[in-house]
Design a protein around this ligand. Structure first.
Ligand code: ADP
Ligand code: ZN
Length: 747
């Protein structure tokens, strides 16, 4: 039993201090324990990093108490934390902040109460239908409550039915619903009200995949090195159904599981499927905890504690759910493993998929990475035998993949431009869908009305004064706005450069597409979904609900509508401009374009009727587009991997991006140059150090930005050099340096 411990103090910049452990606590303390300690005359909380037999510190203080055991960090998570700190060159304190939610970090554990909603008065089916027609939100709430036999926590109820607190209050006022406060944790998990879906028979492909994984799940916890699985299944091939079957097996065997999804607010359908399956079909009273960003801190804490106590054994969430405090893990699933949102763009800059693979290794459980468009990194790991490849090459319901037609915008001339980007073939197909009462999705990865204001005489483009980025014209507000820092101004009537009056909007955004289809199709019911229209909480679910109920004919949107949506009546998807992103200064540009086109196209034809996709482009010959068009992942991979190898880009090298920024252009440039020189001097021969160069996005939020890029055949040497840079290289005042291991955003 330890006499001393080394503690990482929460609210410090990573201070590690030694403390004595009084006799009475020795039994309770292990690595990962949370302890209350005296520090500079105050009390602080920290995590035990190490148990020590002796300590050199003179006048050492004693720890005051141990926070309840349920707040402690498991040994596997502690080891994961140290690995992350080392691999990502990040302070351990910042990693611990990611692992422990703030409310667990900051407070003592105390029973929190949560509001539970239930039916005060049971409505008949007719009454529910009546509500659904007259007040759909209230109807949805009533239906949810009627389907569930139990009371439902208010946050769950609202998120699953897409209704607001206001609709709930109305139902309480009219006597249908009442609330009750309950200490969460006192009984089983939250039940969620969704209609239990039909459970399909697995097809032979799915069977094969499930069988192979079931064996791995059964072997979990035996601490053997377990090989990660990569599931490559085309859009609609039934990957989610595979996940559901596996989770059922995990629960049956008494184990727990983590499901990572790219962005919880953008994948409501997927999340609902998980919840509904396990709340109605014999989850054995085991709850599903959904960790999403709309939770209040108190709610997040409750979910965290339910997982910690084993009351919920499935954790679903974005990135940070990889740290879910589950014991006895049987499986980790990473859905859409290629998604960039798994990369955290602040310290610690970890990639949740890679952390998931490492956690699975430490826990001795299998990890399943799934995607219709696997990342080049993962697919290469499968090709080289590091991962095991599983495939679902066909759509589950026997549907054929949608037909993809390419429209060359160069041949469409000015007309397409003046029509808000709709070519004649696309217009024609939309008309046909309206006649057939089928639905259309139009995708454009750019919000606003026009992309920029451009002077036709001198070529001047209105840029944000804080960022080196063109400002976007927003018609509703009649303003130019910067999508990076939010700066906005009144658009000029004359060119600020040459004074000519010929300055006009160029390029199109979602707002302009919406306006133009409203003109072309005055009778159609149209909705737009982008960061400008989806500002209210719940508005996303509301629009999707209407779209599902076929109250919307045409849905226009940004990448918000690209992911995971499954609407059987959508038979046409139009991609307004496939070229956006294709020419960005990033070695992953081609990969991203291929993924996006494939995913968007995958929204079409998920029902009985065959789907069609129309892709508009100025570069119809681009390989990403051609491969996406033929649903040819293998062909795309072959070509992309050759390109990566030729230029020694990842996965043929590891990369570390050193970012340097300052309000002073001169300081930024000088520091970057000397950092590059320092690195060159200290780097081992295997590491390639670039010169300092201005970032592609030279200025952002008023700061000048520079990059130094390091490349090496393996991560180890790179990490060591990075850690040395952080501790030995002196950074002048007013300059900030950040390290990004395996960078995704090269801007
Ligand atoms: P993915 O996750 O690969 O996009 P899903 O699991 O969402 O695919 O499946 C696509 C559609 O096919 C869903 O509507 C799902 O209910 C259905 N489906 C899945 N598996 C089967 C099956 N074995 N038989 C019939 N339909 C299935
Ligand atoms: Zn800006």
């Amino acid at each position: 039993m330890p006499s001393f411990v080394r503690v990482l103090v929460d609210r410090s910049e990573g201070q590690e201090l030694d403390y004595m452990v009084p006799e009475s606590f020795r039994r309770d303390i292990t690595v990962g324990s949370r302890v209350i300690i005296p520090m500079r005359g105050r009390r602080a909380i920290g995590t035990v990093l190490e148990l020590l037999d002796h300590s050199q510190v003179s006048g050492i203080k004693s720890i005051e108490s141990v926070v309840e055991p349920e707040a402690s960090v498991s040994p596997a998570l502690m080891r994961l934390g140290s690995w992350m700190a080392e691999y990502y060159c990040a302070p351990l304190a910042s990693v611990m902040r990611s692992i422990l939610p703030p409310t667990i970090r900051g407070e003592k554990i105390a029973g929190k109460k949560i509001r539970m909603a239930g039916l005060a008065n049971k409505p008949s089916a007719e009454e529910i239908n009546h509500f659904l027609k007259k007040a759909p939100k209230q109807g949805a709430l009533l239906r949810a409550l009627a389907v569930s036999c139990d009371r439902i926590p208010v946050p769950d109820l609202l998120s699953s039915s897409g209704a607001s607190e206001a609709s709930l209050r109305l139902l309480i006022k009219s006597g249908w619903v009442d609330l009750e406060e309950k200490r969460v944790g006192s009984s089983g998990g939250s039940s969620v009200a969704v209609l239990p879906g039909r459970i399909p028979e697995l097809n032979p492909d799915q069977h094969r995949v499930v069988d192979e994984l079931v064996d791995a799940v059964a072997g979990a916890g035996e601490k053997k090195g377990m090989i990660p699985f990569l599931l490559h299944g085309v859009t609609g091939s039934g990957k989610t159904e595979v996940y559901l079957r596996l989770l059922a097996k995990v629960l049956e065997s008494g184990k727990s599981a983590i499901v990572l999804v790219p962005e919880i607010s953008l994948t409501p359908q997927t999340v609902e499927r998980f919840r509904s399956r396990f709340d109605h079909a014999g989850g054995g009273g085991v709850g599903v905890a959904v960790l999403h960003s709309h939770l209040t801190e108190a709610e997040r804490r409750e979910e965290w504690l339910r997982l910690q106590r084993g009351e919920a054994r499935i954790a679903i969430g974005a990135r940070s759910a990889v740290f879910a405090p589950l014991a006895n893990l049987g499986l980790i699933i990473v859905d859409e493993e290629h998604e960039n949102t798994y990369k955290q763009e602040e310290t610690p800059r970890y990639h949740a998929r890679d952390v998931a693979v490492m956690r699975a290794r430490l826990e001795g459980c299998p990890v399943l990475l799934g995607s219709a468009t696997p990342s080049i990194e993962s697919y290469r790991n499968a090709a080289s035998g590091k991962y095991r490849l599983l495939e679902l090459p066909r759509r589950a319901d026997g549907q054929v993949m949608p037909l993809i037609r390419v429209v060359d915008l160069r041949l469409q001339g000015k007309r397409a431009k003046s029509d808000g980007g709709l070519s004649a073939p696309l217009q024609m197909e939309i008309t046909r869908r309206l006649e057939l009462d089928q639905q259309t999705i139009l995708f454009l990865n750019r919000r606003g009305f026009a992309t920029s204001m451009l002077c036709e005489l001198c070529g001047h483009v209105c840029k944000c004064p804080n960022c080196s980025l063109a400002m976007t014209f927003h018609r509703a507000a009649e303003r130019l706005a910067c999508h990076l820092c939010g700066h906005s101004t009144v658009p000029p009537s004359r060119c600020p450069e040459c004074g000519d009056a010929g300055i006009r909007h160029s390029g199109i955004g979602t707002q302009r597409v919406e306006e133009s289809i409203r003109k072309s199709f005055p009778k159609a019911r149209i909705a737009r979904m982008d960061a400008d229209t989806m500002t209210r909480r719940g508005s996303y679910e509301e629009v999707l609900g209407k779209f599902r109920a076929r109250q919307i004919d045409i849905l226009v949107g940004t990448q918000m509508i690209a992911k995971g949506l499954d609407f059987p009546n959508v038979t046409l998807v139009g991609i307004i401009n496939a070229d956006i992103g294709l020419h960005s200064p990033d070695f992953r540009a081609g990969e991203r374009t291929f993924q996006l086109l494939t995913q968007v196209a995958g929204r079409a034809g998920r029902g009985e009727t065959e789907g069609e996709v129309i892709v508009q482009t100025f570069s119809p010959g681009s390989p990403s587009l051609q491969h996406a068009r033929h649903h040819d992942f293998a062909g795309f991979y072959e070509q992309e991997i050759a390109f990566r190898e030729a230029f020694r880009h990842p996965p043929f090298s590891r990369m570390l991006l050193v970012r340097i920024r300052s309000v002073s252009a001169e300081k930024a440039s000088r520091t970057a140059t000397s950092a590059s020189a320092w690195l060159t001097k200290n780097a081992p021969a295997s590491v390639e150090v670039s010169d300092a160069s201005p970032a592609p996005l030279e200025k952002s939020h008023g700061q000048y930005r520079y990059h130094v890029i390091l490349k090496a055949p393996s991560g180890a040497a790179l990490g060591r050099l990075g850690r040395d840079l952080v501790s030995l290289f002196t950074i002048p005042r007013e300059v900030v340096m950040t390290l990004d291991v395996d960078p995704y955003s090269m801007m």
